[in-house]
Write a protein that binds this ligand. Structure first.
Ligand code: AQP
Length: 338
């Protein structure tokens, strides 16, 4: 089976709708057709200010949500990045192959460091895409044309390009080792927008609480956020992201959650007001996220069992990662411990 791999940061108490539709939901669908590796990338989460106890809780919460949306330990390897130490080791080697200028071109670093200025940003935030390349390439399938997919949202496209570049550079310099991964970006849900500022992406770090739908939101607040989503001065329910970003975002979300194509929704809502669209969307969101929320809370009620599930995932991931690193150490010229 071809391999698939992706990760999510434990930087919030809940995944948001963008994480869910743009990434995590697609992971579930790929776990049978692919040999799947999905991780909670806690090493990335420490590149910005954080509290250690909150981080530990969020790692468990993230893992619980991954299991609750439908990833199953028997079908996917679900694990925590820091429990597999090869990630840090390969990142160092890839860092030695990355140009400073090349790393400086990453737009996510520019965006994320803009708030406090690049001088205040950590070096870890700067080298984040290199660690991400290591996260992916450790799980390279054996060479020989096997398909290697990384399902992510649009914001990760540039990082995936860097990963491909580094894989190619390593192969060229040290001999064929890595399969270059393909970004698997589903166009329709690649960029879910903020409910209050629909020209910007929904984001953990920059959206206001009213702009972001968390999949673990309680029913009351969830409904309220949707009912208060920004629309426009017209009344027509029509998909036109340029002039009607708010309404178009709601249609995108509704289509993705319910499976009805956007044209079908435009027909369904012909003559109806924005209130009707929001009401039906809120119902659909409650139906979708209610069971996920319940399952997440059940899993969190038994942290020891959750930790055991993650330990099994880390064990399986470590086997693959250790195999890759044996080859890599040999190729780069390290001396084997006698
Ligand atoms: N708005 C979005 N629409 C579609 N996909 C999205 N993703 C994030 N936002 C959207 C995808 O979710 C996956 C996991 O994200 P992450 O937590 O690893 O990283 P992120 O991109 O940092 O998430 P946020 O919410 O955007 O956090 P901030 O604002 O802190 O950066 C990724 O596949 C991502 O593409």
């Amino acid at each position: 089976r071809p391999r698939v791999l992706s990760g999510i940061q434990p930087t919030a108490d809940s995944f948001h709708l963008g994480n869910y539709l743009g990434a995590v939901r697609n992971w579930v669908g790929l776990q049978d057709s692919h040999e799947a590796f999905y991780m909670v990338v806690d090493m990335h989460a420490i590149t910005v200010d954080y509290d250690p106890e909150v981080l530990r809780q969020r790692i468990r919460r993230s893992a619980a949500q991954l299991f609750a949306v439908g990833l199953e330990p028997s079908r996917s390897t679900v694990f925590v990045q820091s429990q597999v130490h090869e990630h840090a080791e390969l990142a160092w080697i890839l860092g030695a192959l990355t140009g400073f200028g090349e790393a400086s071109r990453m737009t996510q670093f520019k965006d994320k460091s803009a708030k406090h200025g690049t001088q205040a940003a950590s070096v870890g935030l700067f080298t984040y895409p290199i660690l991400q390349a290591a996260d992916i390439l450790l799980y390279t399938p054996p060479l020989g044309g096997k398909d290697f997919q990384v399902p992510v949202g649009e914001d990760q496209r540039q990082h995936l390009e860097l990963t491909r570049t580094l894989a190619g550079r390593f192969n060229h310099r040290f001999g064929p080792t890595f399969v270059e991964p393909d970004a698997h970006i589903l166009k329709s849900t690649a960029k879910i927008q903020d409910l209050q500022e629909p020209e910007r992406k929904m984001s953990k770090s920059s959206s206001s609480p009213q702009g972001i739908i968390d999949i673990l939101d309680e029913p009351g607040p969830l409904k309220k956020k949707i009912m208060r989503a920004v629309t426009d001065a017209e009344t027509e329910i029509r998909y036109d992201p340029e002039t009607k970003p708010g309404v178009s975002n709601l249609l995108t979300i509704m289509s993705a959650l319910g499976g009805e194509p956007i044209e079908g929704l435009e027909g369904h809502f012909a003559g109806a007001g924005y209130g009707q669209l929001k009401k039906e969307l809120a119902e659909l969101a409650l139906e979708t996220f209610g069971p996920i929320r319940e399952r997440t809370l059940e899993l969190l009620a038994d942290p020891a069992e959750l930790d055991r599930m993650l330990a099994k995932g880390a064990e399986r991931a470590s086997e693959v990662a250790a195999g890759t690193m044996d080859t890599v150490r040999e190729r780069v010229g390290y001396l084997r411990r006698g």
